[in-house]
Ligand binder design. Structure first.
Ligand SMILES: Cc1ncc(COP(=O)(O)O)c(C=O)c1O
Length: 386
């Protein structure tokens, strides 16, 4: 098993990594020496069984159009059954490329141009981009922050649902790190069901659960299992395979599956990549990958504790909102009294840490920063310049 503390031999610079090589394009020139802690990928190699599967397929050097068949569907069904106790029919699994493509596909499948689509900001910013980009109306029900913990605004939700056809759920929630409880999910799906609103649930972070909590698929919470039309899952966060473009949409209803497949065709969303298929099947079926994941979660827990210590000692004006899941820490920097530009500049120029500014996650993100702590621990040392 890999030592998560080890630096990758040669590092990631120059490997065509968005996180490392794309920094100057994202943050401007002169930022190359900052430590990248922004985009959600990990500075750890994936499990050996995953790279072995990719390398084995690469040796068969014909790279024509791939076909994700029964093997892929069975791997996804097996993973969700063993991980979350969700027994699904293999037929429900639609092989997809990335989850963002599946979100766009789901919006097309469940709504028409001009329809309202609900999001709960601050939230993963491609949600709003997809809704607007597809000519749908963005309707927001911002999360509420109370005593350092985020919650859904139940009353606001019921009002906002009157204006929409579909609702996007982020579970666990990026960037605030909530692992929604069964009760919270039931309130959400039951409210949607009562309003005749279809739920699209992005569960890409479902395996990165901290503090002994459990992830509950939204489709298994609440009274009407048909409310969640599409659940998106992927190996990309769990096993660090984002560059391989493979994920799955779980679409239980046959009619909705037809709409989903039609929508895929309408935007040229072909499905997973050749290597992504091999990676997903290995990650979800090889027992050594589950052991690797246990090791990862333990390392992330320790990283989080270390980070909190570093911040408490070095940045007393910054409060870490305790993530219950994901490897993303949401930092409340409002007491520093800086505007968003100054705040981003402070982290980048003074601390040499490249973080995502909270403002990009929409309403409620101003004054916050998002820090990716899936990296060797030594990268998390916060050094305040004297
Ligand atoms: C909530 C959420 N959904 C989707 C994605 C991206 O998924 P993909 O790379 O499979 O499109 C991310 C990546 O950070 C994410 O946090």
């Amino acid at each position: 098993m890999s030592g998560f503390s080890d630096r990758l031999p040669g590092g990631r610079k120059g490997t065509g990594s968005l996180k490392w090589d794309g920094m100057e394009v994202m943050f401007g020139s002169g930022t190359h020496d900052a430590i990248p802690m922004w985009v959600a990928d990990m500075d750890f190699p994936c499990p050996e069984a995953v790279s072995a599967a990719v390398l084995s397929r690469a040796r068969h050097n014909v790279y024509g159009y791939p076909f994700a068949g029964e093997r892929f569907r069975r791997a996804v069904a097996g993973w969700v059954a063993r991980s979350y106790g969700w027994e699904i029919d293999e037929e429900w699994v639609v092989p997809c490329s990335g989850v963002v493509s599946s979100i766009a596909t789901s919006i097309i499948a469940t709504t028409s141009p001009g329809d309202g689509v609900l999001i709960q900001p601050p939230v993963y910013y491609p949600f709003a981009n997809c809704v607007r980009g597809l000519g749908r109306r963005l309707v927001e029900n911002p999360l509420i922050l109370e005593n350092g913990r985020y919650a859904m605004d139940e009353k606001g939700l019921r009002e906002a649902l009157r204006e929409v056809k579909a609702a996007l759920l982020c579970s666990p929630h990026n960037p605030v790190g909530r692992v929604w409880s069964e009760e919270e999910l039931a309130v959400f799906t039951d409210s949607c069901s009562a309003a005749g609103v279809t739920v699209i649930s992005d569960e890409i972070h479902a395996d990165i659960i901290l503090g002994g909590r459990r992830h509950k698929p939204a489709a298994t919470a609440g009274g009407d299992p048909g409310t969640v039309a599409v659940t998106c899952c992927s190996t990309s966060k769990t096993f660090n395979t984002a560059g391989l473009s493979a994920s799955a949409a779980i679409v239980p209803d046959p009619g909705m599956r037809t709409h989903f497949l039609d929508a895929m065709r309408s935007i040229g969303h072909f499905g997973p990549s050749l290597f992504g298929i091999e990676a997903l099947v290995a990650a979800y079926t090889d027992e050594s990958c589950r052991e690797w994941l246990c090791g990862l979660l333990a390392y992330l827990e320790d990283n989080l504790a270390f980070l909190k210590g570093q911040i408490a000692a070095g940045l007393p004006g910054v409060r870490v909102i305790e993530p219950e899941g994901t490897y993303l820490a949401w930092l409340d920097c409002r007491d520093l009294g800086m505007d968003d530009e100054a705040l981003a500049g402070f982290f980048m120029r003074d601390l040499k840490m490249a973080l995502d500014p909270g403002i990009i996650f929409g309403t409620g993100g101003s004054g916050f920063m998002r820090l990716n702590f899936a990296c060797p621990r030594e990268n998390l040392s916060v050094t305040i310049p004297s």
